[in-house]
Design a protein around this ligand. Structure first.
Ligand code: SF4
Ligand code: SF4
Ligand code: FES
Length: 239
């Protein structure tokens, strides 16, 4: 295995060739905020929360989709980066209707946790809050698009782990939404197996099990992905 050496917040570190900057940070004990990344899924660089500064480059780099290169000098916590991260999270709150007090994920939501860790106690931008439909047509699950942050974790887990590819992204800009089976109601989807993986990985209360009250969706187990992937690689079901 080839190794590259780089500088992380002024500290020399080594990494395996091909590792992403996010992996380098995780292995070096440097905490970076993430939202669209989830161990076990491919990375798409959608949320931009993991942005870092690379010396000599004007543009910021999303750590989850940037490979570590020999000699890179990375900064992860400058004033500019913290300002951008706060701005991104505030814009997410301004974009759709995230009223935590009445959300099933209240108290165990990744967006809420991020806001708290960045010290966000108000939003400086005008609320958009478009009228979005709530899809309760599935017998077991609900999709509340008001809570969606378009991280596409549901799209990727359904495609890459379940192999159903029920979810996809439709529309552009403010009209962008995740949809099931070419925008048919979820309950009418011919491809959905009802496995619930998308519900488990959703970072907010956008996808949840029916009959949950505010703060009630306690049963999200996002670490099941690592277990599934390891078991598949080791062919544990063929023994
Ligand atoms: S329940 Fe399973 S198959 Fe259905 S949309 Fe979610 S991940 Fe895909
Ligand atoms: S429904 Fe949940 S997992 Fe899917 S894109 Fe929206 S926030 Fe992400
Ligand atoms: S975690 Fe890197 S862009 Fe979302």
């Amino acid at each position: 295995m080839s190794v590259v050496t780089l500088t992380l917040d002024g500290r020399p570190v080594s990494a395996r060739e091909g590792a992403t900057l996010l992996e380098v940070c995780q292995e070096s004990g440097v905490a970076l905020p993430t939202l669209c990344h989830l161990d076990g899924l491919s990375d798409v660089g959608a949320c931009r929360l993991c942005l870092v500064e690379v010396a000599g480059q004007r543009k910021l780099a999303a750590a989850c989709v940037t490979q570590a290169q020999e000699g890179m000098e990375i900064t992860t916590g400058s004033e500019r980066l913290v300002r951008y991260r706060r701005q991104i999270v505030e814009l997410l709150f301004a974009e759709r209707n995230h009223v935590c007090a009445v959300c099933v994920a209240n108290g165990h939501c990744d967006l809420q946790r991020l806001a708290a860790s960045l010290g966000i106690d108000h939003v400086r931008y005008a609320y958009q809050h478009p009228a979005l439909r709530l899809d309760a047509s599935h017998p077991r699950f609900v999709a509340d698009h008001d809570r969606c942050v378009l991280c596409t974790r549901c799209v990727r887990v359904c495609d890459e782990i379940e192999g159903a590819h029920t979810w996809d992204v439709a529309g552009r800009a403010a009209g962008c939404q995740v949809v099931t089976d070419l925008a048919a109601p979820w309950g009418e989807s011919a491809s959905c197996t009802g496995c619930g993986k998308c519900v488990q990985v959703c970072p907010t209360g956008a996808l949840f099990e029916k009959e949950q009250a505010a703060g009630g969706m306690l049963s999200k187990h996002r670490d099941f992905l690592t277990y599934l992937k390891n078991a598949r690689e080791k062919k544990e079901w063929l023994r």
